[in-house]
Write a protein that binds this ligand. Structure first.
Ligand code: HPA
Length: 279
């Protein structure tokens, strides 16, 4: 899509959302991945806006992804959460996946916390672990900024050095320590899906330095860095990746583990939001 068309769509969508949000200006944006949507229930004074009611937004078709924005206060801080996300495997283009991230930035969001369920490639990880992303490998074969006009939404070329903000990662570690929640930190590899990976792919990804794998996040993070948002990425390890210890992932297991770890996940994210708000 040409940038002028993309910009017009973002203008229309952000004007519509701003009207629904009235005087609220969210500073922190949250993307709640598979099975992690219940965190949105903790948002106080919530205004809920289904994706389908936002001009030019795609709707979510993935299991357990409600598909709406929830804006309000979380741990005393003004936030806007996506309860569910858009994936490439649903047939969305990279720009359609990135659209709500660019939209949140236009509403005033400076920090993006993106979360997902992921498989562990690293054999030292355990199902149920929370993992802070230190970096990513984009193996979707796509990039949301490709095809936009040079310097349209923002400059075409931008660095992905320290894309996952070191200060936010340090805050996340401090919060984990305070609540005695065990966390890992590692490299996340994102791909298109929807097939899970083969054991041969997982072995190759391990050689590349990947610790976790899933079908989201990387396009959102590229979009966020494109417009200068600070990013924190958090995965919940819902399964060992295909072939690791004989594992063969399935969607039900992912949702089951997410439900089981809801309490720690909520405490962790709320603690991080509170700490960022005070920072
Ligand atoms: N692979 C890809 N996506 C996933 C996985 C996985 O093992 N677990 C949760 N999402």
């Amino acid at each position: 899509m040409a940038s002028n068309e993309l910009i017009a769509r973002l203008d229309e969508a952000s004007a519509s959302l701003r009207e629904r949000l009235a005087s609220r200006t969210p500073r922190i944006g949250l993307i709640l991945g598979s099975g992690l949507g219940p965190l949105a229930e903790a948002i106080e004074g919530a205004v809920c806006i289904p994706f389908g009611e936002v001009p030019h937004m795609k709707t979510s078709t993935a299991t357990s992804h409600v598909g709406r924005f929830v804006a309000g206060d979380l741990a005393g801080a003004p936030v806007i959460a996506m309860q569910g996300r858009l994936h490439g495997y649903e047939g969305n283009s990279a720009q359609e996946v990135a659209f709500p991230v660019w939209l949140m930035e236009r509403l005033g969001v400076e920090v993006l916390i993106t979360t997902n369920a992921a498989g562990a490639i690293n054999e030292d990880y355990r199902v149920g672990d929370l993992c802070i992303m230190s970096d990513h490998i984009n193996f979707t074969g796509r990039n949301p900024v490709a095809g936009t006009e040079p310097d349209g939404v923002a400059f075409r070329f931008f660095s992905m050095f320290e894309a996952y903000d070191p200060q936010l990662r340090a805050i996340a570690h401090r919060v984990a320590e305070r609540y005695a929640i065990p966390v890992q930190e590692g490299v996340y590899l994102g791909l298109l899906g929807p097939s899970f990976e083969t054991p041969a792919e997982i072995r190759a990804f391990r050689l590349w330095g990947a610790d976790t794998v899933a079908m989201s996040v990387v396009e959102e993070v590229i979009a966020a860095r494109h417009v200068g948002m600070r990013v924190l990425g958090v995965s919940l390890v819902t399964n060992m990746a295909c072939g690791v210890g004989g594992a063969s992932p399935d969607d039900e297991e992912v949702l089951e583990v997410a439900a089981r770890r809801e309490g720690d996940f909520r405490a962790f994210i709320e603690g991080i939001v509170a700490a960022i708000a005070l920072d």
